[in-house]
Design a protein. Structure first.
Length: 113
């Protein structure tokens, strides 16, 4: 009857022989895996950078949209303000014209004679 340590040594020696044969193939597979991990990492980094760039562009577009919407509201408010100012200017001009038609002195005053 074989003991467990004897079986383990026998198994390891057989595995070692197989590993010597497949060592080159294992190295190639490990290199391929490492390069794949590197390229995947690079692609993820590039995708994150592109995503960040598009997020910045989206932020600028949103900012320009908000500025445009605010300026439209401002123009509406300005138009209403200009109408009020124009109406008051017309009234002021009409009252000034009316005042200018009247003489400054009464016709029968001492300086007028």
């Amino acid at each position: 009857m074989k003991t467990v340590p004897g079986n383990f040594k026998n198994l390891m020696s057989k595995l070692g022989e197989k590993l010597r044969i497949r060592k080159g193939m294992l190295a190639i597979v490990a290199l391929a895996f490492i390069f794949q991990m590197y390229f995947v990492r690079e692609l993820v980094a590039a995708e994150l950078l592109f995503g960040l760039g598009f997020a910045v562009l989206l932020g600028f577009a949103g900012l320009f949209y908000v500025i445009g919407a605010i300026s439209e509201r401002g123009l509406d408010w300005t138009e209403a303000g200009v109408r009020v100012i124009a109406d008051s200017a017309r009234r002021g001009y009409a009252s000034l014209e009316e005042v200018s038609r009247k003489p400054f002195r009464h016709p029968r005053s001492e300086s007028a004679q």
